[in-house]
Ligand binder design. Structure first.
Ligand code: CA
Length: 599
């Protein structure tokens, strides 16, 4: 026995130690080392990206822009490869690939270098979903251990390339887009990843009971090990979650069945792989279980309102009708269709094929719609006016003049409305593919805070581009009846992208309505500029905008100047199609504050 052990020990020592096996190295795209303002401004938040951040398109959008990374390869890596995870936000059909130069070189003299031109292909969409990300692979040849530099250089302007991160990996390392597509939040490390394996962060804890984490070790022969997982509520109380491992060992299930509804921060610390994740999740089991009952209450109140015919009931009838129909539609949107029972909620709430953008904001808005409608019903029950003395943001509805369709709008009434004689008014038009929720939900309600601070009443409708000049003047009329303190001398309009085009189109068709307008990332035909003779115009555009070129806005501004009209043009050198929100809202409100209607 003793001899056996000794022999074994001697035997071990006698065998030459095998060279350590190369494993993958992961670097986050946002951690590039190149200096310069453009790169510094380009680290942006994208939830499905590893570490929830990316090196944004703004950093690789001008021909010659370079992002540099330092990579230490700790052991020899024969036949290595570079695998880049990237997205192409806002790239339109036909805009094509974004060519870039990849240079991977050793920092010591004489070390081999790889210099390859690559094409970042169009992926899916804006980088807001895991499916929007793709992998691009470049062969690096044999790498001796040592320090290397990776340089990525854009070869074309406005390529809109977003870099999530990259692997330097041995030949046998495999990872695919398909593997990461079902993972809504992820943190990748060099020794593996941890991710939330479900279609959204909206959780029906009463039905789903457990949250599945996807975990993978990149180190052969090692197993994944959870350190700790917890949910922290809005008050800062931490709830540690019990965990179990499923049979395959590649999933860890976190028990959330006993948690109450709320907005939480999920924190996961892995002992192996060495990765941490932290992001918000929304638990909505209690809300969803009572949703049918709430919709029924709204339907009943609506029937009673129709029957009663009182002015108060008439004022909110369309709103209640719309709230009930919206809740039914949103509920259906958030269900995975089931062949056996269509009404059954199935874990996941959303499906990729019919993906709901930001499902958490859909559910938060549903919750708000319910509580606002219940408040309206309570007021009707007491014989009160449904909206008198109600301030802040409210969801209401209008009938589109062009189609007779019932459409949503959200209205913001500042608390100053109670005492003021008159208040200024803004019509805010969202961009393509967006909704009435775009402006009020932006930046966690930042626009609403500014409107309150500066005493503006705003209407943010769901609107259609073609009949804008028919539907919006009609809505403005409705608003003036609903909120008679709106000052007709201080009515303004603004919008982003399609909303910028809509603002321009509306103001050039009905210039008499507006004291001033602000167009962000969209204007229109130069020929129409003379129509804005009495409408001071603010034009905001990102110089790097690859979706709507700033050229159009610059032309309109030049024409207005030539005609001696009031125009202010801001072209932001490092910005793309989006905009820095505080900048946009402050510039617009400062501009509006200066002008009252002169015609
Ligand atoms: Ca990243």
């Amino acid at each position: 026995m003793l001899i056996g052990l000794l022999l074994a020990a001697w035997g071990c020592a006698a065998v030459p130690k095998a060279a350590p096996k190369a494993t993958a190295i992961w670097r986050e795209g946002e951690d590039c080392v190149s200096a310069g303002e453009r790169i510094a401004m380009s680290r942006e938040h994208e939830w499905p990206a590893s570490g929830t951040r990316v090196l944004n398109r703004g950093g690789l959008s001008r021909e010659g822009d370079t992002a540099k990374y330092e990579v230490n390869v700790p052991v020899d890596m024969p036949d290595a490869k570079l695998i880049i995870r990237y997205a192409r936000p806002g790239v339109r059909q036909g805009q094509g690939n974004a060519p870039a130069m990849v240079e991977f070189s050793g920092t010591r003299a004489g070390a081999p270098a790889t210099r390859t031109e690559v094409d970042f292909e169009k992926v899916a969409n804006w980088g807001g979903r895991p499916v929007d990300y793709n992998f691009l692979t470049v062969d690096l040849g044999d790498l001796a251990k040592g320090d290397y530099t990776l340089a990525l250089t854009a070869l074309k302007a406005k390529g809109n390339v977003t870099i999530d991160g990259f692997f330097v990996a041995p030949a046998d390392f495999e990872i695919s887009k398909k593997e990461l597509d079902p993972l809504v939040r992820i943190t990748i490390a060099s020794d593996g990843y941890v991710a939330l394996r479900r279609p959204s962060v909206v959780v029906r804890q009463d039905a789903e009971k457990r949250l599945p984490l996807a975990v993978r070790s990149f180190v052969p022969g090692t197993e994944c090990a959870l350190g700790e997982a917890s949910l922290t509520d809005a008050e800062g109380h931490k709830h540690t979650l019990a965990a179990s491992t499923d049979a395959g060992g590649d999933r860890i299930m976190l028990d959330v069945s006993a948690m109450r509804d709320g907005e939480y921060t999920l924190s996961v610390r892995m002992d192996h792989p060495h990765a941490r994740m932290e992001f918000p999740v929304l638990l909505v089991g209690e809300f969803l279980s009572s949703l049918d009952k709430d919709i029924e209450a709204i339907d009943t109140a609506l029937a009673e309102a129709k029957a009663s015919g009182t002015p108060g009931a008439a004022r909110c009838q369309l709103d209640l009708e719309h709230a009930a129909s919206l809740l039914k539609t949103d509920k259906a949107r958030l269900m995975i269709a089931s062949e056996t029972d269509e009404k059954k909620w199935i874990p996941g709430l959303t499906v990729w094929g019919n993906w709901v953008r930001w499902p958490e904001t859909v559910v938060l808005n549903m919750r708000k719609t319910v509580s606002q409608a219940l408040e309206t019903i309570a007021r009707l029950g007491k014989g009160e006016d449904p909206y008198e003395g109600r301030f802040g943001e409210m969801r209401r509805a209008y009938r589109a003049a062009s189609s007779d369709e019932v459409c949503s709008y959200r209205v913001f009434v500042p608390s100053s409305y109670a005492k003021a004689d008159k208040v200024p008014f803004i019509l805010m038009l969202h961009g393509a593919g967006e909704s009435e929720n775009f402006f009020p939900d932006l930046g966690g309600g930042l626009i609403l805070e500014k409107l309150e601070e500066r005493g503006y009443l705003a209407v943010m409708p769901k609107w259609q581009s073609t009949p804008v000049a028919t539907d919006m003047p009609d809505l403005i009329e409705t608003m003036r009846k609903e909120y008679p303190k709106i000052d007709p001398q201080r009515m303004y309009c603004t919008g982003h992208s399609m909303g910028g085009f809509g603002t321009y189109r509306l103001a050039t068709s009905k210039p008499e309505l507006f004291a001033a307008i602000a167009c962000a990332a969209g204007t229109g035909s130069v020929e129409l500029a003379p129509k804005l003779k009495h409408v001071p115009t603010l034009i905001l555009h990102g110089e790097e905008d690859g979706v709507v070129s700033p050229v159009g806005g610059k032309r309109v501004a030049a024409k207005m100047k030539e005609l001696g009209q009031v125009v202010e043009l801001h072209v932001f050198p490092h910005q793309s199609h989006g905009y820095k929100l505080p900048e946009y809202i402050d510039l617009s409100l400062d501009f509006f504050d200066k002008y009252t209607r002169k015609h």
